[in-house]
Write a protein that binds this ligand. Sequence first.
Ligand code: NOJ
Length: 558
Amino acid sequence: MQAKWWQKAVVYQVYPRSFQDSNNDGIGDLQGIIQRLPYIKKLGVDVIWLNPVYKTSNVDGGYDISDYQAINPDFGNLADFQQLITTAHKMDLKIIMDLVVNHSSSEHHWFQESKKSKSNPYRDYYIWRDPVEGHEPNNWGSFFSGPAWTFDSTTGQYYLHLFAKEQPDLNWENPQVRTSVFDMMNWWALQGIDGFRMDVISMLSKPAGLPDGPKESGALYGDGGSLVANGKHEHEYLREMNQEVLSKYNWLTVGETAGVTIEEAQKYADLNGSELNMVFQFEHMGLDGNSDPRLGKWSDQKASLTALRNNLAKWQTALANKAWNSLFWNNHDQPRVVSRFGNDSQKYRVLSAKMLAAMLHGMQGTPYIYQGEEIGMTNTNFHSFDQVVDVEARNAYHELVEKEKIVSSEKLLHYFSQRSRDNARTPMPWNDSANAGFTSVQPWMTLNPNYSQINVAAALSDKNSVFYFYQELIKMRHDLPVITDGDFKLVAGNDDDPDVFAYTRNNADQHLLVICNYTQKQLTRHYELPTQAKLIIQNYSETVADQLRPYETKIYLW
Ligand code: NOJ
């Protein structure tokens, strides 16, 4: 089968607020992105995914949209956006936007109308319910702490918000909501975009009757998330969206599908094109959580290679020839990959960042690189609550430390330094000057204190940098069809190796062997290779037969 353009593409994710400030207000903006397009092009990627650039109440990094057809004035205006599209297209770069339609902002005029009265024409755009015995309509917790319901005294009902209270969930059962969303998407098509990344798109269809969710012993709330993921009408809605919008364009569409299973992914990302092109699955992001359900993601555990390999290999083989994977290690919601799965010490940062990059970029799927990953950016060590910006972490602090007293302030700050979303959101360090070349004033958010060593200028001037390694991997993907269409197999005996991940990719003409030492140990491993095999990628300057040095990676082709 002829590969689709998005199957061969590599995507670079830009978090606009933290990428490049052009007007010296300390906030990244669209003109800043335009200035940096040559840098993105130099890396060799094909597509840019922009985190939300819409008008917003800015409670959750722009994921609370107050006008779907206006640009956030902090970032510029529609003319800037059009200039970004035109300039990118001239450079053969595509742009996809974030589509956030599980919820809007509470400042959106739909919600402002909806809350006025029970008979308002927009009432049914959201999910309102009467109190039950003076309480919330069910036991669901919000993903951002507290209950998933907020009471509104004007009409005496609660509205549902799976995220912050400023992010009311839209009611997808209402056909008018669907039409409004599809019209808006078609309007963006006219602006020349190349697709959408769809925020929590697996949660559109809520279960009939909104029953209580399962509650683990000791948990504060019931788990509504498991009930709303992949709900009854989910695929109907996406097929309708496909008919009304997606099928008209040659787009890249990727669903952020929290709670997706293999069977569900095969529907969302079926190669027949009836819904989306591909999905983000999150199982490998959940391997290092806290054993205490009340703490969930707040943890300092490290995922074992065995768990990680089992998971990634499962998704590789299960979707092959049926659906399409997205490949990612981090994004604006996740800590930095080198700190989380690698080793961010001075000695091993570059080696382990390269090893993890090779592990991912040799697989089948469309890779996503999050800004700064390509220079091996690390987590930021937050020492005080004042440095915590993100609503998820701030709410968790109030609930877990102040209200419930489940964990000490020191411990939770330690977990934040490992896992909070702020780690990924510090401004892009372009050079070692004051404010890192990001802005000339105080940036909206603290810079990573190591920016004078880890920055773009330093990476570009070092031929052994993480940047040039990513560049090689991207070129490899573009040059070698086997990476797009080859099968995936673990090397015989690798399935229980606790330290090494080794897999092959094969099509009729090409074969690839990817070897990754996940540890800082020196290991001895022998892999059979045909005589014509060529070493095409490595992170040490020379190889030693049958030896794997700390975090060593090698890719052979024959
Ligand atoms: C997922 C987004 O990636 C995240 O940043 C956001 O907070 C939630 N969805 C809610 O929109």
